[in-house]
Design a protein around this ligand. Structure first.
Ligand code: NDP
Length: 496
């Protein structure tokens, strides 16, 4: 950095403080109502940015722009390789500006800047590149009908159309990239609505999309809230598909709203992921893995390993090890390079997490570690481990979305029984198994009712389908399934 040049944090602050508008039809515009709202820095609770509030009129304008760009517009007609090239250019631009994006994500969401640098940014870039690769590979297949007559028959995959994409606040840039990349690669046009708490990296990404040359109306961005902006999008008859990540409760509202016009819907909802430590597990990997699984991103992860089932032989060692890692974490501002755990997103979320811990203890759980309420400015909670919980307690059944672990022991090696306990939840997003026994790993992987099973590790990959069984959602993101979800299949048969 040359003398007088701004560093990434200053650039991110300057962007946050700049005037934000709505991106509709390739232009940054004021909201029709002129209304604005503030977002806050979760590490201080102080106002961070002032955003434009999109109401129904703005939603209508954005849908019209996306429709125009789709129906006879440039995007679906563009060669797949050109769409891929634009997505690659967007990935390159994001990689170029990664430091500023990481700082912006930390200011907006609170996560440690080191995590934003090594996880959120590279993953968002990879999502764009991975999905760019699919643009040129969306083929149908030749089909051999058995009915009377002779036919030349085949299927084609066509983009669904205009897609409304609603993302949450826990990993704003990654979520935005996970939504827009497959939709755009498939030839759909997009209206993206970031969460009201964390719109800044999505806004900056939309600026990059303009810079690299996405045609007008292909990517529109509306800031606002869920009740007005999100609801208007999910009800709008000009929208063909809604993709959503967030709470199971709002997922239900979206299903009802989409029913009016039979919109296609993909939902990535909550989870209560079980992590299972079998007697032969390598504890040197399992203990830090289990701690990372619940404490990463301050536990604000849909797939957080919030229920830890430990064989009784290792229970004391594992609980002590996880609690020690939690106690050793520096909780503070994500901009401090020493911080291991940032704040939760809001005062509401902080009080929600504390409320769960309090209720768990009132119902008879033991507070093994953490639980202390961190007062002062910003929205902080401490890494917490609960033992002595029961299967019907709220801390065991509901998604807390904070760094709160319920640790349980099991005494036998009956894999069916262990799976039944792990499956005793309304959710079915993920599951993690720690073992060195290949046969046990395969057997448990089959019997766990979860969309993703990981053995001796965790994490996401753009190539691996991700989504939930049961009340964790509908459909899958990532992988071939993720891009297929943005297409309709048409069968064509020609009598010979
Ligand atoms: P929500 O599900 O309310 O929010 C997620 C997104 O949906 C946001 O963009 C929100 O907009 C939008 N939204 C809210 N209401 C509607 C609606 N009626 N129609 C359309 N869109 C809507 O999550 P919260 O932020 O309230 O978090 C509450 C809990 O949800 C968490 O504690 C956690 O348990 C769970 N959650 C799960 C996530 C996951 O990854 N599975 C992510 C986030 C939360 P806006 O925020 O602008 O109002």
């Amino acid at each position: 950095m040359a003398d007088g040049e701004q560093g990434p944090i200053e650039q991110a602050r300057e962007f946050a403080a700049s005037k934000h508008q709505l991106l509709i039809d390739g232009k940054w515009v004021e909201p029709a109502s002129g209304k604005r709202f503030a977002s806050h820095d979760p590490a201080t609770g102080k106002p961070l940015a002032e955003l434009a509030f999109a109401d129904r009129e703005d939603v209508d304008r954005a849908v019209k722009a996306a429709r125009k760009a789709f129906d006879g517009g440039p995007w679906p007609a563009m060669k797949p390789s050109q769409r891929a090239k634009l997505l690659w250019r967007l990935a390159d631009a994001l990689e170029r500006d990664a430091e500023v994006f990481a700082a912006l994500e930390t200011l907006d969401n609170g996560k440690p800047i080191g995590d934003a640098r090594v996880m959120d940014l590279p993953y968002a870039v990879e999502l764009l590149r991975y999905n760019a690769g699919w643009a040129t590979k969306l083929n149908g297949e030749q089909v051999n009908p058995s009915g009377p007559g002779q036919w030349h028959a085949y299927t084609v995959r066509e983009p669904i159309g205009v897609v409304a994409q609603i993302v949450p606040w826990n990993a704003p840039l990654m979520m935005a990239a996970a939504k827009i990349a497959p939709a755009l690669a498939a030839g759909c046009t997009v209206i993206l609505k970031p969460a009201e708490e964390t719109p800044l990296t999505a806004l900056r990404l939309a600026h990059l999309a303009q810079e690299v040359g996405f045609p007008e109306g292909v990517l529109n961005l509306l800031t606002g809230d869920g009740e007005t902006t999100g609801a208007a999008l999910t009800e709008h008859k000009g929208v063909d598909k809604v993709t959503f990540t967030g709470s199971t409760e709002v997922g239900r509202i979206i299903i009802r709203a989409a029913a009016g016009t039979f919109k296609r819907v993909t939902l990535e909802l909550g989870g209560k992921t079980p992590s299972i430590i079998l007697p032969d597990a390598d504890l040197e990997r399992a203990i830090p893995g289990a701690a990372r699984g619940i404490f990463a991103n301050t536990g604000q992860v849909c797939n957080a390993g919030s229920r830890l089932f430990i064989h009784e032989r290792h229970f004391d060692q594992v609980v002590e090890g996880v609690a020690k890692i939690g106690a050793g974490m520096k909780v503070g501002s994500g901009l401090d390079p020493q911080t291991n755990m940032g704040p939760v997103i809001s005062a509401v979320q902080r009080d929600r997490v504390r409320g769960y811990v309090r209720k768990g203890v009132e119902e008879g759980a033991s507070l093994y570690s953490g639980g202390a309420e961190i007062d002062g400015e910003g929205y902080f909670v401490s890494p917490t481990v609960l033992t002595g919980t029961h299967a019907d307690m709220a801390v065991r059944r509901e998604e807390i979305f904070g760094p709160v672990l319920c640790a349980m022991s099991f005494s036998d090696e009956d894999l069916d029984r262990i799976a039944a306990e792990a499956n005793d939840t309304d959710y079915g997003l993920g599951a993690v198994i720690w073992t060195q026994n290949l046969s046990a790993a395969h057997k448990l992987a089959r019997s766990l009712k979860a969309g993703s099973v990981r053995v001796n590790g965790g994490g996401l990959d753009p190539a691996l389908p991700f989504g939930g069984f049961k009340q964790s959602g509908w459909g899958r993101e990532n992988g071939r399934e993720g891009i297929d979800a943005y297409t309709e299949v048409k069968s064509v048969a020609i009598a010979l």
